[in-house]
Design a protein around this ligand. Structure first.
Ligand code: 13P
Ligand code: SF4
Length: 303
């Protein structure tokens, strides 16, 4: 990538100088994903790796809640996000006060927070989950009923797989809610034999017509192990770019939706973050302690 070479070289040198590790979500652009990241993965993998790293500095290439999660697990380390405005429609759909009201409405019912929430929200909940372990987390609680927030579609999709009753909130991922079952029908008609992999933030109607549903890492693993000759990933655009680069012999059909928040992270932004050591994530200790408990409890659940 000649256009990116200067930034990539500078970032690799800065990483050594700062003793930094770069964690990048699967939705980061290929030049970040393949060019500078040390660890790539879904939200669960990034949380696990953040808990494990011995680098002094973590640069989180992803959205704000991911950087907060890394900071919760590494309170003594510097965690940088290249752009503080990299948000998430799910995380913005609910506040800590909303969770308190839900608890009043459903006394005694445990609250499971999707990792796509602010630390302030996680702090009000019993346990965190990601799309990769949501069912295991819910079933680990051993109760007949849980509140799962904020993603309505994820909650409904998980409810369809378990006997636990799931009370949902009304948050939506602005990227995945745009896919429709009609889109999938058109894809199948236009690309015979295509294998449809969908993210569980898609609507239950989309999930019902997909061949496989899983987290971004789950979709990647499906491609690696099943090697479908023609495949479509119903998720954010960069995901297909990154997976396709590793499987030039497979055909990737490419309708996708961009996440504007993920796309705020760029190579020049990462370089600037490491040069200036900004933007460092700070979390109020009164919020961090209970939020950390929710994330650590999740990491103890066996998949
Ligand atoms: P996962 O990578 O955990 O599947 O999450 C997808 C997502 O939308 C993150 O913002
Ligand atoms: Fe949030 Fe959806 Fe973007 Fe992921 S893809 S960061 S869930 S808006």
């Amino acid at each position: 990538w000649p256009a990116f070479a200067e930034d990539i070289d500078a970032i690799l040198a800065l990483k050594r100088e700062r003793d930094a590790v770069i964690l990048a979500h699967n939705y980061q652009t290929p030049e970040i994903f393949h060019g500078v990241a040390d660890i790539v993965g879904d939200s669960l993998a990034l949380a696990r790796e953040a808990a494990r790293t011995d680098a002094s500095v973590i640069v989180l290439c992803g959205v704000h809640f991911m950087a907060e999660t890394a900071k919760l697990l590494n309170p003594g380390k510097t965690v940088l996000i290249p752009d503080l405005e990299a948000g998430c429609s799910l995380a913005e759909s609910i506040t800590g006060a909303d969770v308190r009201l839900l608890r009043q409405r459903y006394p005694g019912v445990p609250v499971v927070s999707y990792v796509n929430t602010s630390a302030e929200v996680k702090a009000q909940t019993d346990i965190c989950c990601t799309s990769g372990n949501a069912r295991a987390v819910i079933e680990s609680l051993g109760v007949p009923r849980v509140i799962m927030l904020p993603d309505e579609y994820l909650a409904r999709n998980i409810a369809a797989q378990t006997s636990v009753e799931v009370i949902a909130w009304h948050g939506r991922c602005e990227v995945h809610e745009r896919f429709t079952a009609d889109d999938i029908g058109r894809l199948r008609a236009g690309h015979p034999g295509v294998v449809v992999l969908a993210h569980p933030e898609c609507s239950p109607e989309v999930v019902a017509v997909a061949d496989f549903v899983g987290s971004t890492q789950g979709m990647n693993d499906y491609v690696v192990h099943k090697r479908p000759a023609r495949v479509v990933l119903i998720t954010e655009c960069s995901m297909s770019d990154n997976v396709a680069a590793q499987h030039p012999d497979l055909e990737f059909v490419r309708p996708c939706n961009l996440c504007p928040h993920m796309k705020r992270i760029t190579l020049p932004g990462i370089r600037h973050a490491l040069e200036t050591m900004t933007h460092a994530i700070e979390i109020d200790p009164a919020i961090a302690a209970p939020a950390r408990r929710a994330v650590e409890r999740m990491l103890e659940v066996k998949p």
